[in-house]
Every structure is written in C-alpha cells, then in structure tokens.
Unconditional design. Structure first.
Length: 109
C-alpha cells in the first residue's frame, strides 16, 4: 500500500457565512466523519487537521502573511490514486462547500 496526502484549500474571500451548518447539522457532519473513520480502519493514516494562519518563513524569520488558501490535510493508504479517490469519495469531504478544492499527492517516504 502507498500513502497519499490530501490537501484542502478554501478561499476566505469565497466564504459565505450563510452556508455555515447549524449546530445540529455540524453534529451530523461529525457523526459522518466518525462512521467513515471506523470504516477506513488502518487505511486512514491521519485524519489530519484544519489549518489556519499560514505564513511564509525563511531562516531570518517570517517572510509574509497569508501564503495560500491551504486549509487542511489528511493521509490515507491506498493501492493507487484511483483507490485513494474511491476511499475519499466515501467520506463527507466533498460536501464541505466554501469554495473548497483538493489536491492528492503520493507520499514517497
């Protein structure tokens, strides 16, 4: 099995607060993630994390604020990129909205 990392990107400029789920809807989304996580078993290497406040850095320190719209990551095990996509399609990932886009990379180490 290979490892694949998924990066999510969300543009704050495209964020529509009116599309935010209610607390009840949010609990349903969390439950869907929990079910998917159990179904994945050891194919889920890391649920990852939402990411905020990214900045560019260099040896001398912080270079600039707001380097990208990178908003999260996750790592899965799969036989190939098509299998990884099949696994991700079973998750609630693609229903998150807010101008999200995703990129999938094979990890070589």
């Amino acid at each position: 099995m290979k490892k694949f990392i998924v990066f999510g990107y969300a543009s704050l400029e495209k964020h529509d607060p009116s599309l935010e789920p209610s607390q009840e809807e949010r609990q349903g989304i969390y439950a869907q993630w929990g079910v998917w996580q159990k179904e994945m078993g050891d194919l889920l290497v890391s649920m990852g994390s939402p990411l905020i406040n990214g900045v560019a850095i260099e040896a001398k320190g912080l270079k600039e604020d707001k380097v990208s719209d990178l908003s999260g990551y996750m790592i899965v095990k799969a036989t190939d990129k098509y299998h990884a996509l099949e696994l991700l399609n079973k998750s609630p990932l693609f229903g998150m909205g807010h101008g999200q886009r995703y990129e999938l990379f094979e990890c070589i180490m």
